[in-house]
Design a protein around this ligand. Sequence first.
Ligand code: SAM
Length: 240
Amino acid sequence: MRVDVVTIFPEYLAPLDLSLVGKARAAGTLDLAVHDLRTWTSDVHRTVDDSPYGGGPGMVMRPEPWGQALDALAGPHTRLVVPSPVGAPFTQATAHALAAEQHLIFACGRYEGIDQRVLDHAATRMPVSEISLGDYVLFGGEVAVLVILEAVTRLLPGVLGNADSLAEESHGPAGLLEAPVYTKPAQWRDLSVPDVLRSGDHGRIARWRRDEALLRTARRRPDLLAALPPEAFDKRDRAT
Ligand code: SAM
């Protein structure tokens, strides 16, 4: 997958060199470049913002540098992703959809955001997704890009050592939160690992994990449970 990130703070994206995202880049699974928006300015001050039409506080990102950046970077298979508090909430389903794309361009807004005409014009040439991390306001889109790219990268083929992690984890195909997890030692302070997990009985362990996932989801996120179709449950689930 090819990814271009356009920002006025390229150094904010430095963590994309680390950990498994960094490894995916090194392996070529993720072909990622970070660009300084000011590359596409033409004045001596490398201006990217101006005061808002209609008045009001703050500044708005001017359309010209964004237009030139998109002209330079977009190709025939590009989706533009614009992190924004007015966007659709980011979910694991969104991450899967983005992971299936060939080329993403992330446009990191700052100040009061990007002149609306940039998005309107881009939408005549390529699909555009405005994505929100949640119902709060950040200073800029860079942190949102780190989050979105991390969620997307771990879905790319070959990035996770054990692809089974994706099948059982929270917000996976079962639509549940994951059951609690434990490791050694079996006894820590006055707490022990549930006996079933040390039984070696894979059938019982799978059942226990399913029951715990159902209980946890019912207690913490009943909305997720309510959204599942009846066929997502088996007879023993109903007993739980
Ligand atoms: N004036 C905008 C509004 O009220 O909707 C907020 C602009 S915010 C200060 C600057 C930039 O931060 C946005 O353009 C966007 O790129 C990013 N941003 C802020 N909150 C975000 C969120 N919840 N999800 C994704 N991006 C966000």
